[in-house]
Design a protein around this ligand. Sequence first.
Ligand SMILES: *[C@@H]1O[C@H](CO)[C@@H](O)[C@H](O)[C@H]1NC(C)=O
Ligand SMILES: *[C@@H]1O[C@H](CO)[C@@H](O)[C@H](O)[C@H]1NC(C)=O
Length: 327
Amino acid sequence: MAKSNEVLTPCSIMSRYVFLVQICVCVIFFVAVATADQEKCDKTKCPGPLRYYESLRCKPVYEKEGDCCAKRYNCDHLKERSKNKCYVNGKEYEIDEDLKAEDANPCDIECTCRRGWDDGVSPAFICAGVDCAFGPIKPGCYKRANLSRCCDEGKEICPEKPEDRATCVVDGKTYQDGEYFEVKNEPELNCICQPGYEGKNIEPFCVKSKRPFCSPEFRNPNDVYQNCAPVFYNDQLPQIDCHLSSRCQNSNDTVIHNHDDLKSGEDLDDENVCLFGNMKMHIGDELNRDTDYTSICVKCICEVPPVPTCQHLPNNECDVTKYYPAF
Ligand SMILES: *[C@@H]1O[C@H](CO)[C@@H](O)[C@H](O)[C@H]1NC(C)=O
Ligand SMILES: *[C@@H]1O[C@H](CO)[C@@H](O)[C@H](O)[C@H]1NC(C)=O
């Protein structure tokens, strides 16, 4: 004992132990970080009408840095908007101003910002009607459209042997020349399989839309100003699909409060509420379905504020004939 200067006090034993624990914690930490990095964030598993938010340029707000799913979105920029202008891609258009080519998708033909049909109805873009008609295709043949043109169906291609038709592998799925495909996490890309595709989602294989397809601000800005909710069909994914209609407040609508009262203290601040017309919903709250006069089978719930998510229920969960015997 005397030879060594080291005295083994409980404290020095403790400090060695702490060091080991630190190494151990450190190793666990790095392994955990590495695993989290490997599991890439799959936004299609997050709740909420995410594509709707993105189309309106709302900013995701995360509970903590590095989270995959947003707990709410910040759409405050929409409150500053003039009710006498049109908006697309965050740009202002005056009434009677034509849509610029840089903001126009191929089928946005002769679009102009027009005054609302009534006071209190915001201006919106009105375009020439487009109705694409596609001709029949001979058996064994196919067509390859040009993504940069509206209603383009392309020339008929008749390969001598079916094997001559080029294929594309995208996210593990195989498509044939001329077929449309979707790219995971990039819903604004419009793509067609063509010869020469090597996994790069660039032109001429893919074209990014010049304005977001789903944005209500283009044709229905009142949906935004009146705090309406996007409605999705049962087989749609609100995370990546465009909504097909909207549910706006009527005077009989009520909120069913489902939120946990014990937690309501943290929920009650105005940042974590969904807005539906002039009503507020906490996370988990639902709209009364009986007052939806367009369809009783649409469930609207506050998942990721500030916009409620509305989705048609599967047929086995909602029998329309029970409510409307005339069906
Ligand atoms: C597609 O259409 C655009 C615009 O009309 C044109 O510039 C381009 O050459 C076409 N691409 C092909 C492959 O035909
Ligand atoms: C609200 O309910 C009343 C009574 O059922 C009905 O007469 C009225 O039309 C409803 N309001 C709307 C906006 O549909």
